[in-house]
Design a protein around this ligand. Sequence first.
Ligand code: NAP
Ligand code: ZN
Ligand code: ZN
Length: 352
Amino acid sequence: MLDTPAYATSDASSPLAPFTIERREPRAGEVLIDILYCGVCHSDIHQVRNEWGGNSLYPMVPGHEIIGRVARVGDGVTAFKPGDAVGVGCFVDSCRSCAQCEAGEEQYCEKGMTATYNGVERDGTTPTFGGYSTRITVDQAYVLRIPDGMPLDRAAPLLCAGITTYSPMKHYGVQAGDKVAVVGLGGLGHMAVKIARALGAEVTVLSTSASKREDALALGAHKFAVTREPDTFKQLAGSFDFVIDAVSAAHDYNAYLSLLKTDGTMVLLGIPDQPVPLAAGVLVMQRRKLGGSLIGGIRETQEMLDFCAEHDIASDIELIDIGQVNDAYERMIKGDVRYRFVIDCMSLERTQ
Ligand code: NAP
Ligand code: ZN
Ligand code: ZN
């Protein structure tokens, strides 16, 4: 076993603090990865603080936007060799035999995917620990290849924020010329803007933060509107083919549904801790649709990485040392993120 520096929390109300975990030498089919960077997703905050119905397991080492280089490989590994730049996203295993796994939609595994952290391995007992650490051992079938030339720190957020926004746009068939609204300009939202733009959509950012206007346009949005101004909802009523909701806190879905055209679709990506009442009329009257979407499968995640490389897309990041992560959480909760915090995991070596 390899003693590995990490950052963990011991319960829902404590800050993250130095912690040591054990990683294993790679077994047959597995890859040992030296972690270089890990993005900070709002899902890390929800789970660290036990905001999702009490499902949090402690001690918890968060982090599921992992970038690193292969250190060693186990027997029979053909897809990767030492030195390769690789990524690990939100899950590290699944049952591999259900209909969803067979279809390459492992995130919807009927027996439950093995989450990269806040989960247990397929043995049902070994806890999983995430990317706020310096190494991880993962089966090669759940490891992504980072395209040559992609900046590794700015690639980390693609492993969750990138695939979470790419997958529903592909699933619902966003096309050139479609009018797409992105609600919430945070980690997911800013990736949604870049990807929708690359697909040829006309992109509008709907934000609570007037100060993000310039950034939104620089990220590729065509238009920007502040949702705290009441006229925004009147002016934009019935305008969009597709609304991508990437907001982390509870808010009124009905108001955003009213912005869809007839037959338009709103897809929920954010998972607030509180339920929100839904008025049937806003769907019924214009045959609108409301959907949800969870990250994406391994095959589609690789497709997204290759798409981003082809379109010169990476995340806009603020690189931090691990010691700044608790402050980063507070800033994200205030909506003050531009547009993803990424941890330089080498800084963990200095915490031990
Ligand atoms: P983030 O970087 O913190 O961004 C969230 C954004 O939502 C904020 O920047 C802010 O944007 C807006 N916002 C925050 N509080 C708000 C409020 N009270 N009312 C309206 N808008 C508010 O978060 P993230 O990492 O992108 O994650 C967003 C959500 O998606 C989280 O709930 C996360 O757990 C979830 N998630 C889901 C999946 C999935 O597979 N479905 C994957 C990853 C994350 P403005 O300043 O522009 O308003
Ligand atoms: Zn995430
Ligand atoms: Zn399965």
